[in-house]
Ligand binder design. Structure first.
Ligand code: NAI
Length: 476
């Protein structure tokens, strides 16, 4: 078996945590029970690009239990939990000397070159073929396949320009190398893929852009916009893990501090609530009047970053947009202000601009925690080099909330793989009855007693007793 992880001797530790996580992931375990005999994913060759954590390990083993042949990478250079990666490679029946699990190419602290090498490795099976399904988080695997096929068609991979981010040049180099090794590979891979299921807001955004431009090569299910994903993982998941990231990185007291949350979407709402719960005075920035009004009515001061930047102690960007905190903002911050991002990509904070400041000094406090000292002597503390701090500095969302997200992922994989002809190229969300099913699978574990509609009540509000209970336009 080919694989590349940090240390297989961590597998026992990983296995012990996977065992605990399974109990906290009732949705995934129920799906295993429902489908393990039928094996609806038999014949599926799934390439997964999603943070290689303990929770993801339970997802991977669920896909395998349902019949899939899986290869995996992390979708971020800092988010891998090395013990989880080791346990998945070793597998339930293997040993470090004789691993029998799933090929994983991921370790905490990859370079960007290594990251794209890993993505490429997971996109090719030992027999030279590619996947027929992608499970993506942020769209990097989908991007590599699409760009590869596009440049093969064009006959050349372009050169990066000076204005391009460093990572784009690495992606282009990866494509140039792989196309030289095997011309036509990406066109073949794109044609063989039945579909992709996408985990997050930012990846979904990319998919809709491609669909609009007519460049999307295969159907996609937008898992993020299942209600049981974005209204739970993005909100309650971040409500948990934003504090975890801050604590493990700095252990600074949050109570009484001024914390700025940029963006008041699902992630921003979770972060603001968590910081408020710790006693911080939370200030929100927004560009959308609806979200700004929500923040105000939830009791938060809403202002611009320029207005608050020199008065706050903690910053968290949650926008999925770029250039939110610029270098000139960071130069104006208080001494030892903490700057962090929990959005998918690292361009929310202008790290390149920060590094370009004349005379600035970067001091590593510990991995993923850096003090940047300005020439005037004051400094700021940047978490996870501007990458998502909850996975870079802590362990991401806890199992129970990820069970909701990943149950949607498994159902979406089954949908696209088994009903391919029902999904012409386009971007889809799962039907509401499946969304409600995912929620239902998580009620017992919390001791929730659900009220059952009477037939008369159901008729009165115009739904079936067994659901769905809301029209598609309902917003929760
Ligand atoms: P969203 O679209 O619900 O929220 C983003 C908000 O930012 C919107 O309300 C938007 O109006 C606002 N915004 C955009 N530009 C802004 C600007 N210049 N200044 C202030 N506000 C601005 O998206 P969601 O679901 O909250 O996701 C946000 C990001 O977090 C995405 O990149 C997503 O992929 C990522 N994410 C990260 C997770 C993690 O564990 N770290 C979990 C889930 C999502």
């Amino acid at each position: 078996m080919d694989y590349k992880v940090a240390d297989l001797s961590l597998a026992d530790f990983g296995r012990r945590e996977i065992r605990l996580a399974e109990h906290e992931m009732p949705g995934l375990m129920a799906v295993r029970e429902e489908y393990s005999a039928a094996k609806p994913l038999r014949g599926a060759k799934i390439m997964g690009s999603l943070h290689m954590t303990i929770q993801t390990a339970v997802l991977i083993e669920t896909l395998v239990e349902l019949g899939a042949d899986v290869r995996w990478v992390s979708c971020n250079i800092f988010s891998t939990q090395d013990h989880a990666a080791a346990a998945i490679v070793v597998g339930k029946d293997g040993t470090a000397e004789d691993p029998k699990g799933v090929p994983v190419f991921a370790w905490k602290g990859e370079t960007l070159e290594e990251y794209w090498w890993c993505t490429d490795q997971a996109l090719q099976w030992p027999d030279g073929s590619g996947p027929n399904m992608i499970l993506d988080d942020g769209g990097d695997a989908t991007l590599l396949v699409h760009k590869g096929a596009e440049y093969e068609k064009a006959g050349a991979v372009p050169q990066a320009t000076e204005d391009d981010p460093e990572e784009w040049g690495i992606i282009l180099d990866t494509l140039r190398r792989t196309i030289a090794e095997k011309p036509g590979r990406w066109t073949e891979t794109a044609a063989a893929i039945k579909g992709v299921t996408e985990e997050t807001t930012t990846g979904v955004h990319r998919l809709y852009e491609m669909a609009k431009a007519g460049t999307l090569a295969f159907p996609a299910i937008n898992v993020n916009d299942s209600v049981t994903k974005s209204k739970f993982d993005n909100k309650y998941g971040c409500r948990h893990s934003v504090i975890d990231g801050l604590n493990r990185a700095t252990d600074v007291l949050i109570g009484g501090k001024v914390a700025v949350v940029c963006g008041y979407g699902d992630v921003g709402k979770g972060c603001a609530e968590a910081l408020k719960g710790q006693g911080a005075r939370v200030v929100v920035t927004e560009i959308d009047p609806i979200c700004a009004l929500q923040a105000a009515m939830d009791g938060f001061q809403v202002t611009t970053l320029d207005d608050i930047v020199d008065k706050a102690d903690i910053f968290v960007t949650t926008t999925g947009n770029f250039n939110i905190i610029r270098a000139d903002h960071m130069a104006r911050m208080k001494h030892q202000a903490i700057v962090s991002n929990i959005g998918h990509f690292d361009n929310e904070i202008d790290m390149a601009g920060l590094a370009r400041i004349d005379g600035i000094e970067k001091i590593e406090i510990k991995p993923q925690v850096h003090e940047w000292r300005f020439p005037d002597g004051h400094s700021i503390i940047v978490l996870a080099e501007g990458r998502l701090m909850n996975l870079g500095c802590a362990t991401g969302h806890p199992s129970f909330v990820m069970s909701n997200s990943f149950t949607n992922q498994v159902i979406a994989q089954i949908e696209l793989f088994t009903k391919t002809e029902e999904y012409p190229v386009g971007v889809y969300v799962l039907p509401k009855h499946l969304d409600e099913k995912v929620a239902r699978l998580h009620l017992d574990a919390l001791g929730v007693k659900l009220t059952t509609l009477t037939k008369e009540q159901a008729a009165y509000i115009g739904v079936h007793v067994e659901g769905p209970y809301k029209p598609d336009h309902y917003r929760y």
